[in-house]
Write a protein that binds this ligand. Structure first.
Ligand code: ATP
Length: 235
């Protein structure tokens, strides 16, 4: 579904991504592990069209994404839920969710159906629909951010650190919901520092260090790998 071949990203003379090659197959839930500054957000921004790669090729369903406008990439089914939620705090929960439907604004019936599906995933947002998004708890705001991304009808959903700053119980529910989104048919690429919880729901994972992919494996291989356990799980 998604294929990257030898992708580099530079900020001035600094190479933040170095020779990245990876694949995500349809239906998979793939985790990208890496410490702060490893390059996970840069990789997502390259796929979303927010940063132009200085080398390499990015393809989604056989079509090249390099140089394609970010809004066109969203319309083609690649949707990013960025780190830090980036909600509109004064707007209501419903208005925030509907922002995600902008690319499909002519399909009102489709958007209504989609909204019901999103509210089924996150029932609490139905109760809070008329409240300003900024008044919600951190976990609920993260639900709005994921819900808004789902309103864009992703075929590939990219989640950047959704567990950041959330309480452990909320984190557990968040990962359950991500797993559910994947089981319902959305392919997921998940960047996380919460390695154990992320690997438990993943089919496969990549490990990124200093802008390079240094390891790849399926869930069992990664959970059993001593280097991964020491560096990312702390066990
Ligand atoms: P985090 O989880 O902290 O966001 P990350 O793994 O997502 O980390 P990136 O944000 O992609 O990492 O950053 C990768 C490297 O690129 C870091 O060294 C960072 O300082 C640098 N970097 C990121 N954005 C820019 C920018 N706009 N200009 C210059 N350097 C940048």
């Amino acid at each position: 579904m998604l294929q990257l071949n030898n992708v580099d990203i530079c900020y001035g003379s600094f190479k933040a991504l170095n020779d990245i090659s990876m694949v995500v197959d349809t239906g998979e839930l793939v985790v990208l592990l890496g410490a702060n500054g490893a390059g996970k957000s840069s990789l997502f921004n390259a796929i979303s069209g927010l940063h132009r790669p200085s080398a390499g090729v990015i393809e989604f369903e056989g079509r090249r994404l390099n140089g394609v406008k970010a809004s066109t990439i969203v319309s083609s089914g690649v949707v990013q839920c960025a780190e830090g939620r980036k909600l509109f705090p004064q707007m209501t929960v419903l208005q925030n969710l509907m922002m995600g439907a902008f690319v499909h604004r002519r399909d009102r019936a489709g958007n209504r159906k989609r909204l019901n599906e999103v509210l089924e995933l996150f029932p609490i947002l139905d109760d809070k629909a008329g409240e300003p998004a900024g008044s919600l708890s951190g976990g609920q705001q993260q639900m709005v951010a994921i819900g808004r991304a789902m309103m864009s009808r992703p075929r590939l959903l990219m989640l950047d650190e959704p567990s950041l700053g959330l309480a452990p119980l909320v984190v557990r529910q968040m990962f359950e919901t991500i797993k559910q989104i994947n089981s319902l048919g959305t392919t997921v690429l998940l960047a996380e520092q919460n390695a154990f919880a992320a690997l438990k729901i993943a089919h496969r994972a990549y490990v990124m260090e200093n802008g390079r992919l240094v390891m790849e494996g399926d869930q069992a291989t990664m959970l059993g790998n001593e280097q991964v356990r020491k560096a990312y799980i702390g066990a």
